[in-house]
Every structure is written in structure tokens, then in C-alpha cells.
Design a protein around this ligand. Structure first.
Ligand code: PMT
Length: 397
């Protein structure tokens, strides 16, 4: 995928700049040609000479480069893909606003190729509404945003805002360059955990954050699909993702069944309640009235409904298991799926609310393939590539 491809590695000024050296190395190992541009502030964290030693070419740090009257446009034309890693809050703000004040922002502004952005900053800066607005703008402009993740930050802090690992960035670059495996397809994804009302203020719910479903939706959209994301939680902004917000299993079932009819693929990553209160109270239940008796009834089985559709989509379910995947293997056969993604939600770093996931792909025939612990973004991308391959091999149209 990367062999012979031209990659401009744009480095801005954060402590994660040192990882740009590893990223350059990984890209070269994958056969890419790499040219680096580095802001002056990035060189507080990674020397230009180190980058030159790795890539074999001196990085460009100035817009007014002696050897080239217009280095940013020359590089932008040469590039098959530009990767901004790390992308600081300031660099992302410039990119989102079309400012071309330094070699990194000017090269990105001149680009017509895909641009992959790997944010890195302190948690407070990442969560600031201004940064979140800029991320949304960049996504809407078609940039591929990879990460950030949670972990150690500069100055001993820990939290969200850490740049993802170079391997994840390489995968995102490959995706941005080539995976259009779902171009023209319609894909339905469910995400988040459903809430089943007990009374107007209380519900039965679960710990799903929607991160896994969101990652699948983004990967499908990046692969060219028109995605409908049926979700109970905040959804990513992406020009190819239409969002339907729901709360209960019944609302999710109605939305999924309506949109899955005629779709090419459905990936049901949501954690759906199996039971709901049969008669939710109309008014708020009062403590003074003592513990209520809550009778439960089954919710609709969304998967079964999709599976029973005439001309049904290629159907992928998720299974939250604890311990062995044996139950998931039985589920894959019983539920009439094309593929099941099992995750052991008791494993550290896996399942509910985590940034990472360790999944096993299960076929209805009982074949299993265990994947190593990966970021959910990476699981999403691999899964989408796998689904596209398997659906094509199955000759589905
Ligand atoms: O959202 P995150 O915090 O990122 O966490 C991700 C996750 C752990 C929620 C996700 O990876 C996952 O495992 N999702 C499925 C959870 C689940 O409900 O598993 P299950 O074994 O109970 O259900 C199996 C399948 O049936 C799922 O595809 C589910 O969407 C579907 N289902 C379940 C109940 C129901 N009434 N209708 C359904 O269609």
C-alpha cells in the first residue's frame, strides 16, 4: 500500500514530536518516500538533524527556503498524502481556519491530497470547545483525524490528548491513501448503550461509551461508504455519516430496521438491553412509597430482525463475553450472522469505555481469528477492510 508513495511528514511543536522520528522510520520501512517539514517550535523536541539522518533529506523549516522559491506548494504537489504528527492545538487551529503562517500550515493549505492529522496536546486543550470546533471543521473538510488517546502527557500529566502510536498513524495513512473498498455502499452502524425507562428520570442502562461503534462508522465512511449511525451517545462529525439519535432498544430497533432495509452492510456494535421495564411509571417513583416492583419484559432482538429481512445486508454483530469466546461461537451460528466480533469485556483494555479492544472474529462456521490488543480506531479499520473483502468474496451485490 505504501510502497513508492510520497509522504510529507509535517511536524509541529509538541513533546510527541520525538515520535515523528519513529513514524518516519516506519514509513520508510513500509517502502514510502518521506520528506519532512518541521516548524521551528517542533525542533525544541526533535532536532532537524535527527530527522535528516532518518529520512536522508534535510527537513524544510522555513517558507522562504533557499533552494526552492515555494517549498510548500512544491511539496504539496509532490505528496500523495500529508501527515501532521504531532498536530498541536495551535497547528490545528491554523489548519481549520486556512492560515498559512508556517511551513506546516502552508503546506497543508496548498494540498489537494489526503491529509491525516494526529492531535497531541494536554487534556484541557483537547477538550476545550475551540479545539473541538476545529476538529469538527477539519473532519468536515475531509481530513482524517487519528486519535488522540489517553496516557502519559508532558510534565507528568496523564489523560486524553496523547498522540497515538506511529503504527496506528501508518494504518490511518494507508487507509487515507487507498481503502475505498466501500465506495458506493450504504452501511448502517449501531453504537452506544440503550436506556430503558423505569420512570421519567431513571433507567436501566449499561457502560457502553459508543467508542467502538463510532470507530466502525468512521472507518466505513473513510472507506467510501454512506454511513447511517444509529446511536445513543455523541457521534463523530463526518461528511459521510448521517446520525440518528435514539435512546431505548425499541427506538434503536425501529431506526436500524428502517435503514438496514436495502443497505449493503449492517454492523451492530451497540450494547442493547435484553429486558426493559414492562410498565414504566408515568410519574417519578418516590422513596417514601418504598422499593418499587419492576417487572421486566424482553426487548426486540434487533439482529434477528435484520437477519430475517428479505435481501438482508451483510450482517455483523458484536458479542460482549466474559472469559472464553465459546458462547460467541454458538451465538454466531444461532443468530444468522455473516460475522461476529467477540470481545472479552473483563480483560484490561478491552470492552466498555476503553480506548483499545482485543477482539476475536468469529464466522458462523465456527472459525475464529484472534486479533491483538489494538486501538478501537484500528479495530474499526481492520474490521471494515475484513467485511469488504468477505462480502466481495461472497459475491454479494
Ligand atoms: O461502546 P464501547 O464503550 O466502545 O464498548 C464497546 C462494546 C463492548 C459495547 C462493543 O464492543 C460490544 O461488545 N457490543 C455488543 C454488546 C452486546 O450487547 O453484546 P450481546 O452479546 O449482549 O449482544 C450480541 C449482539 O446482539 C450485539 O450485536 C447487539 O447489538 C445485538 N443485540 C442485543 C440485544 C438486542 N435486544 N438486540 C440486538 O440486536
Amino acid at each position: 500500500m505504501l510502497a513508492g508513495r510520497h509522504v510529507v511528514l509535517a511536524v509541529s511543536g509538541g513533546v510527541a514530536a520525538f515520535k515523528a522520528a519513529y513514524l518516519a522510520r516506519r514509513l520508510l520501512e513500509a517502502g514510502a518516500e518521506v520528506r519532512a517539514v518541521m516548524t521551528h517550535s517542533s525542533q525544541n523536541f526533535l532536532g532537524a538533524q535527527s530527522m535528516a539522518a532518518i529520512t536522508g533529506i534535510e527537513p524544510i523549516s522555513d517558507l522562504f527556503h533557499q533552494a526552492d522559491v515555494s517549498p510548500h506548494t512544491s511539496l504539496a504537489r509532490w505528496a500523495d498524502v500529508i501527515v501532521v504528527a504531532p498536530a498541536t492545538a495551535a497547528t490545528m487551529a491554523r489548519m481549520a481556519n486556512g492560515l498559512s503562517e508556517d511551513i506546516v500550515s502552508a503546506t497543508v493549505l496548498a494540498a489537494t491530497c489526503p491529509v491525516v492529522v494526529a492531535p497531541a496536546m494536554h487534556t484541557e486543550m483537547w477538550e476545550h470547545p475551540a479545539t473541538q470546533r476545529n476538529v469538527e471543521t477539519l473532519r468536515a473538510d475531509g481530513y482524517v483525524i487519528v486519535g488522540p488517546t489517553s496516557g502519559a502527557l508532558a510534565g507528568g500529566d496523564v489523560g486524553e490528548g496523547r498522540m497515538v502510536e506511529p503504527e496506528d498513524i501508518v494504518t490511518a495513512i494507508s487507509g487515507a491513501l487507498g481503502d475505498r473498498s466501500m465506495a458506493g455502499w450504504r452501511v448502517v452502524v449501531s453504537a452506544g448503550g440503550t436506556r430503558e425507562a423505569i420512570d421519567p428520570v431513571r433507567y436501566i442502562g449499561n457502560r457502553s461509551s459508543g467508542k467502538m461503534g463510532n470507530a466502525v462508522a468512521i472507518a466505513a465512511a473513510d472507506a467510501g461508504a454512506a454511513v447511517t449511525l444509529v446511536t445513543t451517545v455523541a457521534a463523530p462529525k463526518h461528511p459521510s455519516i448521517e446520525v440518528i439519535e435514539v435512546e431505548s432498544a425499541q427506538e434503536m430497533a425501529d431506526a436500524v430496521w428502517k435503514t438496514a432495509a436495502g443497505a449493503d452492510v449492517a454492523v451492530l456494535a451497540a450494547a442493547v438491553a435484553d429486558f426493559r421495564p414492562a410498565d414504566p411509571a408515568v410519574g417519578k417513583l418516590r422513596r417514601a412509597e418504598g422499593p418499587p416492583q419492576v417487572n421486566l419484559e424482553p426487548t426486540p432482538d434487533i439482529l434477528a430482525g435484520v437477519s430475517a429481512m428479505e435481501d438482508r445486508p451483510y450482517l455483523v454483530g458484536f458479542a460482549a463475553e466474559v472469559g472464553s469466546v465459546d458462547a460467541a461461537v454458538a451465538k454466531a451460528t444461532r443468530k444468522g450472522l455473516d460475522l461476529l466480533v467477540a470481545n472479552d469485556v473483563a480483560r484490561p483494555g478491552s470492552g466498555f469505555g476503553t480506548e483499545t479492544n482485543e477482539v476475536t472474529i468469529v464466522t458462523p462456521g465456527g472459525d475464529t481469528e484472534a486479533w491483538e490488543l489494538l486501538s478501537k480506531a484500528e479495530v474499526g479499520r481492520r474490521l471494515i477492510a475484513e467485511i469488504a473483502k468477505r462480502r466481495n468474496e461472497a459475491g454479494r451485490t
